[in-house]
Write a protein that binds this ligand. Structure first.
Ligand SMILES: *[C@@H]1O[C@H](CO)[C@@H](O)[C@H](O)[C@H]1NC(C)=O
Ligand SMILES: *[C@@H]1O[C@H](CO)[C@@H](O)[C@H](O)[C@H]1NC(C)=O
Ligand SMILES: *[C@@H]1O[C@H](CO)[C@@H](O)[C@H](O)[C@H]1NC(C)=O
Length: 276
């Protein structure tokens, strides 16, 4: 009987599409409700291969497979490093500046503890950001070449937690997916991390690691970014490559939400202009 349950537990994550990956490596809106590819300025490795920009968010699109990766079964990164091959004009590499807050969108893939729909017990165990020491992909997730630069927290989960905890956003960790109930599989969640002030400017490989549940291997996404010492230098690079130089904004700063509805405009001066 015990064996039967153990097998069932191993089989379930596959059925529930237990995967996720970082879709964009420099997104303009933190804590947003819906994905908009126009807000993405930088892409992970092989974004074109996985149809991340023009495909349906979170879905397996056309001829592609999903950009998910289990680094204990395979290499740390889904695709080996090859900057000329994996970045292009449609899916360019991100550029960061020291101290920048970077927003990372990812699909929910059913893993949110929500009181308004589904279960309350979806675990969230670890959400980390690393930078790679050197130019070579590390062998494994436990490599000493992976330098942790941010712990993005974990989301609350559990039967005993009140509804308001489970249905209030933003949340820390993976489950910051405000529109989860509308599309538990493909709704967008966002994280943010800060580029460390003491990083050496230049090109670096960044690695995201998510442990959904300690009994399931971690997930990773790898990408490169050019790191500049100042925002002015980063902006010059984005301008030269036709990209926005705006800093990421927060969804809740630009929208006024009342009872779960967007009641815009927030800014009374905008209202004045509109009403004359
Ligand atoms: C599949 O590809 C076609 C054309 O190549 C495109 O128009 C369509 O949007 C794609 N569908 C998805 C789900 O990516
Ligand atoms: C890292 O993990 C691999 C197996 O995945 C193991 O062989 C190796 O000894 C580990 N290295 C360290 C430093 O823990
Ligand atoms: C950015 O991420 C950190 C770490 O998860 C979190 O504490 C913080 O609330 C986030 N900031 C915003 C504005 O969401």
């Amino acid at each position: 009987m015990k064996l039967f349950f153990a097998l069932l537990a191993v089989g379930l994550p596959a059925l529930a599409a237990a995967h996720s990956w970082i879709v964009c490596t420099d997104y303009l809106e933190n804590n947003g409700w819906y994905w908009d590819e126009a807000k993405c300025r930088g892409w992970p490795r092989a974004a074109r291969r996985f149809n991340l920009r023009f495909g349906v968010f979170g879905a397996q699109n056309n001829y592609t497979w999903r950009l998910d990766n289990h680094p204990e079964e395979k290499a740390l990164c889904k695709k080996n490093r090859n900057d000329d091959k994996w970045y292009d004009a449609d899916t360019p590499m991100a550029a960061y500046y020291l101290g920048q807050k970077v927003v990372l969108p990812h699909p929910a893939n059913n893993h949110v503890a929500e009181s308004k729909c589904r279960g309350r017990t979806a675990i969230d165990w670890e959400n980390l950001m690393f930078v790679v020491d050197g130019d070579q992909d590390p062998c494994c997730i436990n490599s000493t070449k992976l330098i942790q630069i941010m712990d993005m927290g974990v989301s609350p989960y559990g039967r005993e937690l009140p509804d308001e905890v489970l249905s209030t956003y933003p949340k820390p960790g993976f489950q910051n997916v405000p529109k989860f109930c509308e599309d538990p599989e493909d709704a967008m969640g966002t994280y943010n991390f800060t580029v460390p002030m003491d990083m050496q400017p230049g090109r670096h490989t960044f690695v995201w690691k998510w442990i959904r549940d300690p009994t399931v291997n971690p997930f990773t996404t790898c990408w490169e970014a050019d790191v500049f010492a100042t925002k002015a230098e980063r902006d010059a690079h984005y301008l030269a490559t036709g990209r926005s130089t705006e800093d990421a904004w927060d969804f809740y700063q630009i929208h006024n939400i009342v009872d779960g509805m967007i009641m815009d405009p927030v800014d009374p001066s905008i209202n004045e202009v509109i009403t004359g």
